[in-house]
Design a protein around this ligand. Structure first.
Ligand code: AMP
Ligand code: MN
Ligand code: MN
Ligand code: MN
Length: 276
């Protein structure tokens, strides 16, 4: 029997809409056998997920999604199979979250200058875990306040480069993020590589990710088209990296895909779970 894997999703401990236990139960109902909870820069939802996983018959992989700056863009690196108590990792994530809090205040100021007052306080009302504020919380507030119809529209009109509310930010370096993940005994996966605006330099990014110690590419992601599944499967083979798969589920009605929705990995790639 082949198992169904979903190795990328979010809970209320970052910008997801469901509690960790609800995420795990939903995954179980939807036929996921192995689930990684990968909250942005945060691992404290894993304990709650773990106790729910036993009852739901789901194997839980301890994960996180780390925010990284590479050249002038932001990358996401999914960590799989980490020890959430690893001191290096905990301190690294703490530093990234500190940067998030600071960026959020500046985002509020930028939006105020664009005529949208009170956005920081508004976004805070949508925050579900006091340690973690993301652009998603601002997006939910902007929809609620009538500035956009849905969060997708927000990410076209606000909060992105060149638009109101955008704040350039320095996250962790790639070497730091991969170092913390490896210190915690985990694997480093380049999340949704099809989403980065790298201006034809995707091969440079993949080579540098691999040479810095990166283990896998997220071949299957709800951010990818079927053509990109094929493209990144080929890159995984060419660059000698493992292949991962994840829905990047954030909540019912707000995500491109639900838990367990990804198809099987394309033939010819080595799954990131081959030694699990
Ligand atoms: P942050 O890490 O705070 O910069 O926020 C990034 C998050 O914003 C992502 O993890 C997504 O949840 C969300 N996001 C980014 N772009 C979009 C988009 N185009 N549509 C919907 N959500 C998005
Ligand atoms: Mn998110
Ligand atoms: Mn991401
Ligand atoms: Mn994600």
């Amino acid at each position: 029997m082949t198992l169904r894997y979903d190795l990328h999703c979010h809970s209320t401990y970052s910008d997801g809409l469901l509690e960790p236990a609800e995420v795990v139960r939903r995954a179980g109902v939807r036929g996921v056998d192995v689930l990684a909870l990968t909250d942005h820069d945060e691992t404290s939802g894993l304990a709650e997920a773990r106790s729910a996983a036993r009852d739901a018959g789901v194997r839980l992989i301890d994960g996180a999604e780390l925010s990284v700056s590479w050249r002038d863009i932001t990358l996401h690196v999914v960590a799989l199979g980490i020890d959430p108590d690893c001191v290096d990792l905990c301190e690294g994530l703490e530093a990234i979250r500190h940067g998030r809090a600071h960026r959020a205040q500046r985002m509020g100021e930028e939006l105020a200058q664009a005529g949208i007052a009170g956005a920081y306080a508004g976004a805070m009302k949508f925050v579900t875990h006091e340690r973690l504020i993301s652009r998603t919380h601002f997006a939910r507030y902007l929809v609620d306040a009538g500035h956009a119809r849905d969060t997708r529209e927000v990410f076209r009109r606000f909060l992105v480069r060149g638009k109101p509310g955008y704040v350039a930010h320095q996250w962790a370096t790639l070497a730091q993020a991969i170092g913390w993940i490896h210190a915690a005994g985990g694997q480093a996966v380049l999340a949704h590589p099809g989403r980065y605006n790298v201006d034809g330099k995707i091969r440079e990014l993949l080579a540098e990710f691999r040479d810095t110690g990166g283990d896998a590419i997220e071949v299957l992601s709800s951010s990818h088209t079927p053509a990109q599944y094929t493209e990144f499967a080929r890159y995984a083979r060419v660059f000698g990296m493992l292949a991962s798969s994840g829905s990047d589920f954030h909540g019912p009605g707000e995500s491109w895909a639900d838990l367990g929705d990804m198809p099987r990995l394309p033939a010819g790639v080595t799954p990131v779970w081959k030694d699990w």
